[in-house]
Design a protein around this ligand. Structure first.
Ligand code: P6P
Length: 333
C-alpha cells in the first residue's frame, strides 16, 4: 500500500527540477529530524517532566520554558555535524553559533525560533518551530552576526513545523508552498497539501486586542471597521482569532485566509514591535508571499528590510493580500 509521497522524495524531485545540490536536501533532512524529536518531546509533555520554566531568561529577557531550551538543543544537535552549515543563530541564543572546528562547515546559515508560542506549552495549545535558511557569502569561513543580516528576499528556504493535533511541516524554496503531515507510525512527513494559496480576501482577523489602546491609528481604524461589521464601512461581519502562537495563526491563514497583525504599538516605544525579523517575520513572510499573500510592517514590505541586528523586532501585518493592502493604504493616508 503506497504511504504517499514523503517529504524527502518531494525535495529530491524538486532538487532535480531546480538542479539544486544534494547538500541542501541533506540539510533539510537534518532539520526534519530535529522537528520530529521536538514533536516527540512536546507530545509527551508532562509525562517526561519537560513542562514549566527552565528558571532562566533568553536574550529577549523572556522566561525560558524547559522545552525552549530542549528544542534549541535538539536543533543544534541535529544540524551541527552534517557539514552543510557554516553557523546557526536562534531566538534562544544571544550570539551566533559557529559550527565547531571538529565538524566540516558548509555553505548555508540556519536561523530559527526553536519553539515559537512556548507560553502556550503548559496549557497544551499548539506551538511550532520556525526556520530560515540563508547562503553564507563565498569566502566567509568564520561567519559573524553581520553575515546573517541579509534581507528576507535572500532566503533559500523558509519553513515551520506545527505541533498541533497533527504535526505538520510547511515550507517553501521559492517554488510555492507545500505542507506535509507527520505519520507518527512511520516517522515520515507525507505530502498532504500541495501548492497552498491564501484567499485574497477574508472575514477573519487576528490581533491581541488587549493592546488596542497602544495601537497606531491605521491599525485602530482597520480593526474598528472590522468590529463595525455589516452596518459599518466594510458591509460585512468579521470573526476574530488570537492563539498567541504565530505558527498556528499563519497556518490557519494559509489554510482558509485571514490577516494577522502584531503591529508597532506605543506600549514600549523603544520596541519596533514584538516579533523578530530574522526568525519569525522573514520566514513567515516568505511563506505567505509564496502562497499569494502579502506581508508588511504597514510602512514597507518585510522581505525588503535590511536587518541591522540579529534579534531586531518589526511590526508584522500579513495574510490575505487585499486586507494587508487596505492596512498599508491606511498607513499611507
Ligand atoms: P502576545 C509567541 O510568544 C509570539 O512570539 C508569537 O508566536 C505570538 O503571535 C505572539 O508572540 C503572542 O504575543 O503578546 O499575545 O503573548
Amino acid at each position: 500500500m503506497q504511504i504517499g509521497q514523503t517529504i524527502t522524495q518531494f525535495i529530491i524531485e524538486e532538487q532535480r527540477r531546480t538542479s539544486g545540490s544534494g547538500d541542501f536536501t541533506s540539510l533539510l533532512n537534518d532539520i526534519l529530524v530535529a522537528c520530529k524529536n521536538i514533536s516527540s518531546a512536546v507530545n509527551k509533555g508532562a509525562l517526561i517532566g519537560v513542562l514549566g520554566s527552565a528558571g532562566s531568561e533568553n536574550v529577549q529577557g523572556e522566561t525560558q520554558k524547559k522545552l525552549d531550551v530542549i528544542s534549541n538543543d535538539m536543533m543544534l544537535d541535529a544540524n551541527v555535524w552534517g557539514g552543510h552549515l557554516a553557523a546557526m543563530a536562534s531566538e534562544e541564543m544571544e550570539e551566533v553559533y559557529p559550527i565547531p572546528g571538529k565538524y566540516p562547515r558548509g555553505k548555508y546559515l540556519l536561523v530559527f525560533d526553536p519553539l515559537d508560542g512556548s507560553s502556550n506549552i503548559d496549557v497544551n495549545i499548539s506551538v511550532g518551530t520556525i526556520f530560515s535558511i540563508l547562503r553564507c557569502a563565498d569566502g566567509v569561513t568564520n561567519p559573524t552576526e553581520a553575515d546573517f543580516l541579509q534581507p528576507g528576499t535572500r532566503q533559500v528556504c523558509a519553513g515551520y513545523a506545527l505541533y498541533g493535533p497533527s504535526t505538520m511541516m510547511v515550507m517553501t524554496t521559492g517554488h510555492g508552498v507545500n505542507a506535509f503531515t507527520l505519520d507518527q507510525n512511520v516517522g515520515e512527513f507525507i505530502l498532504t497539501h500541495q501548492g497552498m494559496q491564501i484567499p485574497a480576501d477574508t472575514s477573519e482577523f487576528a490581533i491581541n486586542a488587549s493592546n488596542s489602546r497602544f495601537w497606531e491609528a491605521p491599525v485602530k481604524r482597520y480593526v474598528d471597521e472590522c468590529l463595525a461589521g455589516k452596518e459599518g464601512p466594510r458591509g460585512k461581519d468579521f470573526n476574530m482569532r488570537w492563539v498567541a502562537s504565530m505558527v498556528a495563526e499563519v497556518h490557519r491563514i494559509l489554510t482558509r485566509g485571514g490577516i494577522f497583525m502584531y503591529p508597532r504599538d506605543n506600549k514600549d516605544p523603544s520596541k519596533a514591535g514584538k516579533l523578530r525579523l530574522m526568525y519569525e517575520a522573514n520566514p513567515m513572510s516568505f511563506i505567505v508571499e509564496q502562497a499569494g499573500g502579502a506581508s508588511s510592517t504597514g510602512r514597507e514590505r518585510i522581505l525588503d528590510i535590511q536587518p541591522e541586528e540579529l534579534h531586531q523586532r518589526v511590526p508584522v501585518i500579513l495574510g490575505s493580500k487585499n486586507e494587508v493592502q487596505r492596512v498599508v493604504d491606511y498607513y499611507q493616508k
